[in-house]
Write a protein that binds this ligand. Structure first.
Ligand code: UDP
Length: 364
């Protein structure tokens, strides 16, 4: 019987693994002999960044929790590697499935490969070319030792071919994050709380910001927020604050009645707000995929993206990190002149089934 270990560690992982677990559950129910373990590395451990997602997305309790949160990049990588190696020695699978580009993705793929265990990378092959972001290093290292690449776009396939990856190891399957989005759309719900009461479809914005380039310098964080507030003509903007951003934001003491600061929201509440927003301003990669599929205008506060399909076929515009560049883009959203979603191949809600079918066929 083939055995698989699925790794999840941080917020953007949970929506990517949920449909994969559900696809395994369906196979088992249909009588297919397959074993799988879910390992949570503990990279994100608080309720708002982890626990709530398990509940909302019907992810079962992890079989193991490695408690690898906190510390510097290297401390976290090391702690997760040590604990994951032990986990693999006690419960050896045929293959480890890692997703996305977080520290856990890198740490667990290295630990597995050194024990001669195959690695599958879901969302393999994407590249921003920007090595100042830890995520890009995680992608490059993981892909250099991956056996099976499950890709979200033709651009990722091209990147992998250029790196010499043989065609039979590239599986163009689509996007599991969009599987989750499509499955959960009917369950989206307005967040509880007085501050959200006056929000109506199309009369507010949503923003998220947590990349070091945007939030680590207080003065540039302030300049960006000022530029946003100036450009949205008095409309409200909901800003669920990532733990990484919280301290610097507090120090700024920004006090604008239409800036609605809150803790990170649950998946169903956050995407309810996104779906009904006039526009979204973000530096998150995952959010640009979700806004595209929901056909909501999205401004990305970065100079590059590893997801160019969201700008070519989706609703995403790369505006950069200079606050002075923002105004014309916000004007366009305010006037309702934004581009629309054109459809991205295989982002159809069925990606996890394709992944699990391929893995079971390959390892049975
Ligand atoms: N998200 C959420 N609540 C929030 C902000 C984001 O559920 O308050 C979700 C969002 O819908 C997306 C994911 O978190 O699915 C993106 O995670 P994040 O921005 O942390 O990671 P990135 O995509 O930048 O790697």
């Amino acid at each position: 019987m083939p055995k698989f270990t699925i790794v999840a560690g941080a917020r953007p992982n949970f929506m990517k693994i949920a449909p994969i677990i559900h696809a395994f559950q369906r196979q088992k129910k249909a009588g297919i002999e397959v074993g799988y373990r879910l390992v949570h590395t503990g990279q994100h451990y608080d309720k708002k960044m982890s626990g709530d997602f398990f509940e909302q997305l019907s992810i079962p309790e992890p079989d193991a929790n490695l408690g690898g949160g906190g510390g510097t990049q290297a401390e976290q990588t090391a702690a997760i590697m040590v604990a994951f190696e032990k986990e693999l020695m006690e419960n050896r699978p045929n293959l480890v499935i890692v997703v996305g580009d977080v520290t856990s993705t890198l740490a667990c793929s290295i630990a597995a490969k050194k024990l001669q265990i195959d690695v599958a990378h879901v969302e393999g092959g994407i590249r921003s070319g920007d090595l100042s972001m830890p995520e890009e290093i995680n992608r490059m290292v993981t892909d250099s030792i991956t056996d099976h690449f499950f890709t979200t776009s033709e651009i990722a396939n091209v990147n992998l071919r250029k790196a010499g990856v043989p065609e039979e190891r590239i599986h163009f399957v689509g996007n599991t994050m969009i599987d989750t989005l499509m499955a959960q759309l009917p369950n989206f719900r307005k967040p509880q709380g007085e501050m959200f009461n006056h929000l109506r479809p199309g009369n507010y914005f949503v923003m998220t910001m947590h990349r070091p380039a945007n939030v680590d310098q207080e003065h540039s964080l302030k300049a960006m927020i000022d530029a946003i507030l100036e450009g949205i003509g008095g409309l409200s903007i909901v800003f669920p604050v990532h733990p990484r951003t919280a301290k610097n934001l507090q120090n700024l003491g920004i006090n604008a009645a239409n800036l609605l600061l809150c803790e990170p929201l649950g998946y169903l509440e956050f995407n309810y707000l996104v779906k009904n927003a006039k526009g979204v301003i973000t530096d998150s990669g995952g959010v640009t995929e979700e806004t595209s599929v929901m056909d909501v205008p999205c401004i990305t506060l970065r100079d590059n993206t590893e997801r160019p399909e969201t700008t070519l076929l989706g609703t995403n515009e790369l505006v950069g990190t200079d606050p002075k560049k923002l105004k014309p883009y916000l004007d366009k959203i305010m006037k309702g002149e934004w581009k629309h979603y054109q459809g991205i191949p295989f982002w159809d809600g069925k990606t996890a089934d394709r992944i699990v079918d391929t893995l079971i066929k390959t390892y049975s």
